[in-house]
Design a protein around this ligand. Sequence first.
Ligand code: HH2
Length: 296
Amino acid sequence: MQTALRPSAADATGVAQFDLSRPAVMGVLNVTPDSFSDGGLAEAPEAAASKAAQLIADGATVLDIGGESTRPGATPTPPEIERARVLPVLERLAEQSVPALISIDTRNADTALAALDRGARLFNDVSALRHDPASAEAAAAYAEAGGGVCLMHAQGDPQTMQHAPRYDDVVDDVAAFLEARLAAAVRAGAPERSVWLDPGVGFGKTYRHNVALLQGLERIVALGRPVLVGVSRKGFIGWLTGVDAPSDRAPGSVAAGLYALSKGARILRVHDVAETTQAVAVWTALAEPEKNEVEQ
Ligand code: HH2
C-alpha cells in the first residue's frame, strides 16, 4: 500500500487558488539571530536557501520567511535590517523557482512590498495590518498580484504582550477582532478570497487562553476564511508537557496541530515539517478518507 504523503503545491504562487482541499504545511524559515526556537540557524542566504529546499523536500507547500523575531519580550528589528536579512533569501528562492507559496512574515509594509517584487505572494502580518499605516495598501497590492494576506490576532505588541493579557472571552474576542480586521482588509482593497485568518497562539495570551482558543477554534473557522494556526514549539506546549527546550517540543506540537485540523484549521505553521507532514497525511487518511490517494 502506498500513500501520497504530501499534498501537491498545486498552485504554488497564488492564494485564492492555493490548494487547500487537503491541509497544508507552512515551513518556518527564520532568517534571524534571535528567534525563540531556531534563531541563528539560517542567517546566511546560502544556509537559508538550503534550509528552504529541505523544508520543501520534507513536505512544506508554503514557506514563511521572517527577518524579525516577534517572540515575547523581543525588541523591534529596524525594517532596513529586516529587509537586509530576508531580501537576499527571497532573491535566491526566486532564482530557483521553488515550488511553494512564498510567505513573508513581517509587520512592515516596505518589507512586504519588496518581498512581493521578489516573488512572495503571502503577506503574513502578525499585527493584522495595524503596525504600519501603509500595510493595508500593501495587502491590496498582494491581492492585485494574485497573492493574499494572513491576518493574525495579537493583544499588544511583542515587547509587552505577555504582561497580564486579559479577555472577556478569549474565543469571542479573537473572533470579533478577526472579523473586524477582515472587513478592514476588504475595505482597503484585499478581497475576502485573498485573506487567511490566524488566532495568534502565544501572542498576548496566557497558556490557558491558548488552550481555550484552540478548543473554540470553530468560531474562527466560521468566519469563512482558511484558518492558519501556529502552535509549533510554543510555550503552552512546554506548559502542558514539562518539556523546556522548544526544539524538543515536536511531538506536542504535532498533537496540537492535528487537534487544530480537527477543529477546521487548514494550514499549520511549523518548524518540524517532516514530522508534521507525516502526521497530517495519516490524519487526512483517517479524518477525510475521500481526500486520500491510496494505491492498494
Ligand atoms: N508565530 C510566530 C511568528 N509568526 N505568524 C503567524 N501567522 N502565526 C503564528 O503563530 C506566528 C507567526 C512565532 O514563531 P517563530 O517565528 O518561530 O518565532 P520568532 O517570532 O521568535 O521568530
